[in-house]
Design a protein around this ligand. Sequence first.
Ligand code: C2E
Ligand code: MG
Ligand code: MG
Length: 572
Amino acid sequence: MPAWLDGVEPPLHVEQVLACFAEGIFVADARRRILAVNPAFSIITGFAPTDVTGASMSRLEGVRMDAAACRSMWRALRSTGHWRGELSCCTSAGVQLPLALSLSAVRDEHAVLTHYVGVFSDLSERKAEEERMVFRAQHDALTGLPNRYLLGERLTRALATASGHAGPVALLFLDLDRFKLINDSLGHRVGDLLLRSVAARLQSLIRPADTVARVGGDEFVFLLPHVEQPDVPATMAQRIISAMAEPFDIEGECLSIGASVGISMYPADAADADMLTRNADSAMYNAKARGGNCFEFYTAKLTSRAVERLILENSLRSGLEHDEFFIFYQPLVALPTGRVVGAEALLRWSHPILGILGPDRFIPTAEETGLIVDIGEWVLRRACAQNSLWQRQGLRPIRVSVNVSARQCRPQLVSAVSSALADSALDARYLALELTETTLMGDVGDTLHKLKALGVQLSIDDFGIGYSSLGYLKRFPIDNLKVDKSLIAEIGIGDRNSSIAGATIALAHSLNLTVTAEGAYAAWQGRYLRERGCDLVQGYYFSRPLPPHKLASLLRDGRAVRLGPSYMRSDT
Ligand code: C2E
Ligand code: MG
Ligand code: MG
């Protein structure tokens, strides 16, 4: 019986006392092996006394205590005989439990260490309460979304990371349209329920790395910390607007609201978090001023580009279905004879709202959305059918070139080409495919050899602006090189530049490739190219792209035309 229980009447055993403790208690020997534990030990850790008796104390201390903390614990025990601190132990169920442990070293009368006694309590409730408090401080009570404070923290972090590498940050400021009207007329309870539904919908739109925060009554902010593709902010804004345009069912009432969104980008529009927020806010006011239910970029140019892209994306497919595309053919003239021996098929779109569009306006969107595959196949079929028709009309046969995007160049292209040829009854030698250097970067060797086996001609387009290595062309069955118009435009401006075009022609010939010069717009360029032995020219000087019937009359004439009427664009 310990001295402090002496004289207690009726007598009380120490284990009766220990059994009353809500704290877990263990006693270990000098070699740190557990000798005894109280019932609370088993309740907290899940280990029965028989599970732990004889086991090392490290069953309690280890796991979530790093080596340095462990060393300082033993040092304290040696010097002062006590240690108090927090650690986590693994319960019998394998769960990590945060504990507050107080550990004492017990010595006998000769100061020899005989035991360790540990007393610990379960901290998980307290930790959970702390976490709840932190959550409450960082989140909006009504919707559970991050609040202005947490948004600020994340924004600061996002800007710091963005400064380190390339990825821009986008901030989207959203203000609900007509919310105040609903709140005033139907009451705050309905208003609150509506805000909760709005928050849930907004939350469902974001990726895990993004944040949507509620920063005011009906104001929300989206933080997109890594914008990989330039169109992501506009697409997100459009998704937000569509999500808000769907009516909300609140207690049987069908409520209709809308959203105005302002977008500001870091680092393009702002130098810091404050400015970024202010600019997104002011862009949002511009969207409201336009009548709401729309978005605005802080930089106006981005807005019109993004809006156009969205319009295009939505109408490309219907454009194909409604036969809004058409093809102009630009003559390819043989040197030195001046005869038209081919034509390049160049796509145009008669858009119901935007008018006639050149390929530069819509091909990039078609490529991004993958619609280029269907559009490209349409061009292929139409160009083959047209060429076959000219031949059946008795015109001198020419070879028509069709542009092929990198995304189209996959194994299916082979069957698309062979069925376009078969359906139009066109001999393969009257078809050429123009590929870009980017296409050759992909895994296309097999596809190109199969295309070549069909008998079509393969050209490399825009040579001189990309990778521009003649050597690697040897790996592919290429017949023809089209020298980009930027190299042709420089002919004669300086000796060096003109020699680049000349040298390219010579090198291509040494590789048994024929050469086409693109974009010859002046007589002296034609002369220079003829002197260098260039095989074909294409350019405004000889002819602009023409509608099919004009090309037919040109073929009937049998000679090259000079600058026809301007069908499409100015000579820039
Ligand atoms: P590209 O294949 O290099 O076609 C030549 C472009 O240069 C055409 O522009 C043509 O009108 C223009 N051009 C020809 N001669 C001259 C000249 O003397 N001066 C100037 N400044 N330009 C000249 P276009 O029709 O606007 O086509 C632009 C690009 O769009 C094409 O470049 C091609 O890469 C792409 N494209 C056109 N049609 C298609 C298509 O059906 N499918 C795919 N994937 N791309 C297409
Ligand atoms: Mg081309
Ligand atoms: Mg070209």
